[in-house]
Design a protein around this ligand. Structure first.
Ligand code: C2E
Ligand code: MG
Ligand code: MG
Ligand code: MG
Length: 278
């Protein structure tokens, strides 16, 4: 009897899960069919020179303001977009929109600032990223040298050779490449030295713990050292406190991004200089 009711419970649970999955799927199907310009928005988070406070770039982060349920934020939305494959057309929208706003942002933050766009592993695998970037640049008049693409290590797991070729082509066009969330994936140091990269971003979980956990401090230090050895820029993500900032500065990681400088904000709230007291 217990077995029977157990099975019954399982069945109901699985039916509920199925219903939830179907509901989420239809939400995403409707999103992709909708006018993305009306549905989606980008939030912008600046990156700074931690010594002078000056902005050196800005990252575009996807938002779905009118999303049903909890899908307004990327931690729920992005995995679902990846599961359903919708990340491909939506990532394309993000790229275009970021290129469309590039001129305005560079005017605001200063010359030399780059606009960074997150590219999912699926976009790299299932679309012709080179053609899409070229098209977005042509269509919007954006400049390749002020565009940076952020990829995670997972993008290189399936077909590393193909991924490496794609990155070489993008860099030949003048686009910069950053390796995002570094340290959280299956870092393959052999590949790392072969990847055509410009920048490594230290994952914010290491930054968050660096003053409390010696292991995280050691990891941060090693990543900074590794970046320097490979002649790459390094940016610390998730800098929230003045003490983290000072630690990073002492260790030679000058570029920083995090709530200490600015939260992700709508375009019209983007400011050149952060309100920072040293
Ligand atoms: P990410 O690319 O590593 O972006 C940084 C995330 O850290 C952002 O979360 C940002 O709001 C958050 N963050 C920045 N500074 C701090 C800080 O000081 N403290 C804390 N606690 N958090 C901070 P968000 O906007 O929720 O995005 C989460 C992730 O979703 C991104 O991580 C990225 O992997 C993904 N994502 C966002 N937009 C896109 C997109 O257009 N395409 C793709 N493929 N992924 C995206
Ligand atoms: Mg990123
Ligand atoms: Mg990151
Ligand atoms: Mg992240």
């Amino acid at each position: 009897d217990a077995k029977r009711s157990g099975r019954h419970t399982w069945r109901r649970y699985s039916a509920d899960m199925h219903a939830t999955a179907m509901a989420r799927l239809s939400v995403i199907t409707r999103l992709v069919a909708a006018n993305l310009d009306q549905e989606l928005a980008l939030a912008w988070q600046t990156q700074h020179d931690g010594v002078t406070g000056k902005p050196i770039g800005v990252e575009a982060l996807l938002r779905w303001p009118m999303a049903p349920g909890d899908l307004a934020w990327p931690d729920k939305l992005i995995p679902l977009l990846e599961e359903t494959g919708a990340i491909v057309p939506i990532g394309q929208w993000v790229l275009r929109e970021a290129c469309r706003q590039q001129r305005r942002i560079v005017d605001l933050l200063g010359p030399g600032c780059r606009v960074a766009v997150n590219i999912s592993a699926q976009q790299l695998a299932h679309s012709d990223l080179v053609a899409e970037v070229r098209h977005a640049l042509l269509e919007t008049g954006a400049s390749a040298s002020a565009l940076e693409l952020e990829l995670t290590e997972s993008a290189f797991m399936n077909e590393p050779e193909r991924a490496i070729r794609t990155l070489h082509e993008l860099r030949a066009m003048g686009v910069s490449i950053a390796l995002d969330d570094f340290g959280t994936g299956y870092s393959n140091l052999t590949y790392l030295s072969r990847l055509p990269l410009d920048k490594i971003k230290v994952d914010r979980h290491f930054t968050a713990a660096l003053l409390e956990e010696t292991v995280d401090a050691s990891i941060c230090r090693s990543i900074i050292f590794l970046a320097r050895s490979l002649n790459l820029d390094v940016v610390a993500e998730g800098v929230e406190t003045q003490s983290q900032r000072e630690w990073l500065e002492r260790e030679g990681c000058i570029a920083m991004q995090g709530f200490l400088f600015s939260r992700p904000v709508p375009l019209d709230e983007l400011a050149g200089e952060p309100l920072l007291v040293r």
